[in-house]
Each structure stands twice: as structure tokens, then as C-alpha cells.
Design a protein around this ligand. Structure first.
Ligand code: KG4
Ligand code: ZN
Length: 395
């Protein structure tokens, strides 16, 4: 089955085409045929965070060029005779994309000159995320599904992150993915710019939320602390880089912060107090050298890793998890990955599944993969009524 994947939940606009076969097991195989991604990071960087309306405008501007690029990579571009006049398809487009005039104009032009490509379904992120941004992708997918008469799958972005952590590059095909044997229950630690949650799956595609952040998400905390230190957006990779420099220079951390909710007795998190502690520290000890900055970055990253890992290990133990999955943009963090791997090894839990670092942040492949596993169960959405939902939950 060939799936067109579309992701616009935050500040990456992404379109891909994958070809997948098999079920959720050893017979599964997927291959990326085309993968086009436009990161808006440079556009949002001057503001130190993502501006929803700016993100929406950029998605609208870039979806058709990215679709075009993905089709070219997949050799699936199909040039058409002119769209017939009197065709009511333009009216459908106008209705669905009334709020995205730029996208409407580009897509109308594209559809006049392109026939339906050889794909079988369209998968789009329906939520969670920034609602104005999500709507652009959802309306684009609804329009394509209607005009090309293809089934539409609504994907939960967080399930996308989980699936991306489960798949492994295939041994015999560098652009392919397969599934390792996965024993349930699986505990997923989902850490991104908008989410921090611990989710238990007793079986595939079933979720129980057992803990979550009470305020800021981990990625958000990284981004805010980076801003305090005068580092560019997104803050995660920068803080991580500086923290590593401090670890190379000093065996022991020069400073430390309080690990929030470490002994709260539940699986919830809180990161806003930690951010405040860093702010106070910086106010009381103005940064005078790069060394000072590195020490703060390290202390912050150490503290975040400590709570994330303590809560994850406690939950894994309490619920008898047989594998731990880490997903979301922050799962690209080298220190958190290695600390968690160490902790799991110590406790005899040798199954830690993390995404390839390049696939940790938002992309369309994760949406197409998650969409595929819904499509093979016939879980389709109605293009006439599908809505974006910024607060969509896994459980
Ligand atoms: O999953 P994602 O791409 O978008 C959301 O769905 O939010 O995650 C983006 C977040 C940003 O907050 C970014 O700072 C963080 O992931 N991030 C990292 C790293 N790479 C990205 N945080 C810590 N360490 C990293 N290496
Ligand atoms: Zn994400």
C-alpha cells in the first residue's frame, strides 16, 4: 500500500510517500519513496519560539511545492490533460480551502495539470499540535482525498512519534524500515516541544496515560532556558551541545538545580519551577564566561534527565513494562538517551527503543507509518467532516 503522509502540526512542513506491506509484526516492511521536509526554524528563530499564525502561513505556502518534490522523488508525478471546464472539483476545493487562499490557488493550479498519482491512501496529522497549523495540513489532505477519491487516515501525532521509535532501518534495504519483535506492555516516554507524558500500552495501538507534565513540556523548558542563556531557538540541541562541553571540561558538575517532583509518588512532571530556578540563578550569578553558560546548561540537562529517568524507571517497574519507548523531538537528546539506556540496563530491561536522531523531530514518515497501521484496519476518516484537534489525546 502506498501512503502519502502529511505533517503540519508545528513548525515543520512535511510530505512523504511510503510503500508499506505486512501487519504489525515480522512481516512488516516499509520503504520511503519520496520525502520532502521544509523546516521553518530559521523563520521562527528571531522570535525565540513558534508563532502559530506565521507557521500556518508557511505551511500554506509550502505544501504544494513539497508534494511536488515528494512525487518527483518517488517518480510518481502524473501530468494531466487540462482539468475539464465545468468541473465541479474546483468548487469542492474552494469550499475546503476557503481559509487558505494561497494554498487554494497553488493546489488548483497543480490539480489542473496533474492526475491522481499511484497512491492508495492519504495520512494526515489531525492533532495534537498548534491548531491553526494543523488545519492547513488537514484541509489540504481533505481536498486531495476528495478530488483524487482516496481514503483518508487521521493520525495522532504522538502515535506517529511512537511508531518512529519502534521501526528499525531494514538490514537489506537502506531506505527501508522493519519492526523488531516487541514485547508488551510497552511504556512510552513522549517528550517534545508540546508534550511530556508517560503512556502505557498493554497492546499495540492501545494507550493509558499514566503521567504527564503539569505545566511546561520538556522541549518547551529546553527552549525557554536556552532563551535565558541567549541561545538560539530551538534550544534543545544548543543546550545539549554546551552541556557536553562542560562534561568534557569538568568531571563533576560545578552547579546543580533541584529535581522537580522527584519524590512526588506519581508519574507526573513539572518543569516550570526548574525554569524559574535557572532564571533566578542567572539573575544572582550573571553569566561572565562561556564556562558559566556551559555549567548552567549541564546542570539543567542533568536535572531534566534525572527526573525523566527516575519516573520512567519507576513506572516501568510498577507496570511490568517489557520495553521502553522514547519518542518526540527531545528524544534526539544524546545525554537523555544514554542515561536512560544505562538505567534500563541496570534494571535488566534491555529493550529501549529510540528513533534514529534524524527522525526524532517532526517529519511526515512517522505520520505515514502510523497511518498505514490504521489503514490496514480500515480506520478511515470522512474527508467531509475531519477536523483538526489541537488537544487530541492518545488516551
Ligand atoms: O517533536 P518535535 O519536533 O515537535 C513537537 O511536536 O513539539 O519537538 C521539538 C522540540 C523542541 O522543543 C526542541 O528544543 C526539542 O524538541 N529538541 C531537543 C533536542 N532536539 C530537539 N531537546 C533536547 N535535546 C535535543 N537534542
Ligand atoms: Zn512532535
Amino acid at each position: 500500500m502506498r501512503i502519502l503522509g502529511i505533517e503540519t502540526s508545528c513548525d515543520e512542513t512535511a510530505v512523504c510517500i511510503i510503500e508499506a506491506e505486512g501487519g504489525f509484526g515480522p512481516d512488516f516492511h516499509a520503504r520511503i519513496l519520496g520525502n520532502a521536509l521544509y523546516s521553518q526554524i530559521a523563520i521562527h528563530a528571531p522570535y525565540g519560539g513558534v508563532f502559530p499564525n506565521l507557521a500556518k502561513r508557511e505551511h500554506a505556502k509550502n505544501l504544494v511545492p513539497l508534494l511536488s518534490q515528494a512525487l518527483d522523488q518517488a517518480c510518481l508525478r502524473t501530468v494531466l490533460k487540462q482539468m475539464e471546464t465545468g468541473d465541479n472539483r474546483l468548487q469542492i476545493l474552494q469550499d475546503m480551502l476557503a481559509r487558505e487562499p494561497e494554498l487554494l490557488a497553488q493546489l488548483a493550479e497543480f490539480l489542473k495539470t496533474h492526475e491522481r498519482p499511484a497512491i492508495d491512501a492519504i495520512a494526515v496529522t489531525a492533532g495534537p499540535g498548534l491548531e491553526p497549523a494543523l488545519w492547513v495540513g488537514v484541509n489540504f489532505a481533505r481536498a486531495l482525498a476528495t478530488l483524487w477519491q482516496l481514503p483518508l487516515v487521521a493520525v495522532n501525532h504522538m502515535e506517529g512519534h511512537i511508531v518512529m521509535s519502534l521501526v528499525r532501518p531494514s538490514e537489506d534495504d537502506p531506505s527501508g524500515y522493519q519492526l523488531p519483535a516487541i514485547a508488551f506492555p510497552v511504556l512510552s516516554l513522549l517528550i517534545s516541544g508540546g508534550h511530556t507524558e508517560l503512556v502505557l500500552s498493554r497492546e499495540w495501538q492501545q494507550y493509558e496515560r499514566i503521567g504527564e507534565t503539569r505545566d511546561d513540556a520538556v522541549g518547551e523548558a529546553f527552549d525557554k532556558v536556552a532563551r535565558l542563556l541567549g541561545l538560539p531557538y530551538p534550544g534543545g540541541p544548543e543546550i545539549s551541545r554546551l552541556a557536553a562541553l562542560d562534561r568534557m571540561a569538568h568531571d563533576r558538575a560545578p552547579i546543580s538545580f533541584t529535581a522537580p517532583m522527584l519524590h512526588s509518588g506519581d508519574y507526573d512532571f513539572s518543569f516550570s519551577g526548574l525554569k524559574t530556578e535557572v532564571r533566578r540563578y542567572v539573575e544572582e550569578h550573571p553569566i561572565e564566561s562561556d564556562d558559566d553558560k556551559h555549567a548552567i546548561a549541564r546542570a539543567f540537562e542533568d536535572t531534566v534527565a534525572k527526573v525523566l529517568i527516575a519516573k520512567t524507571m519507576k513506572a516501568a517497574d510498577d507496570f511490568g513494562a517489557r520495553a521502553v519507548v522514547v519518542g518526540g523531538g527531545v528524544s534526539a537528546n544524546t545525554f537523555i538517551r544514554s542515561e536512560l539506556a544505562n538505567a534500563c540496563e541496570k534494571s535488566g530491561l534491555d529493550n529501549v527503543l529510540v528513533p534514529e536522531p534524524s527522525a526524532a523531530t517532526d517529519n511526515a514518515v512517522m505520520i505515514a507509518l502510523a497511518g498505514y497501521f490504521r489503514a490496514i484496519k480500515g480506520e478511515y476518516a470522512d474527508p467531509a467532516t475531519l477536523r483538526a484537534n489541537g488537544n487530541l489525546r492518545l488516551a
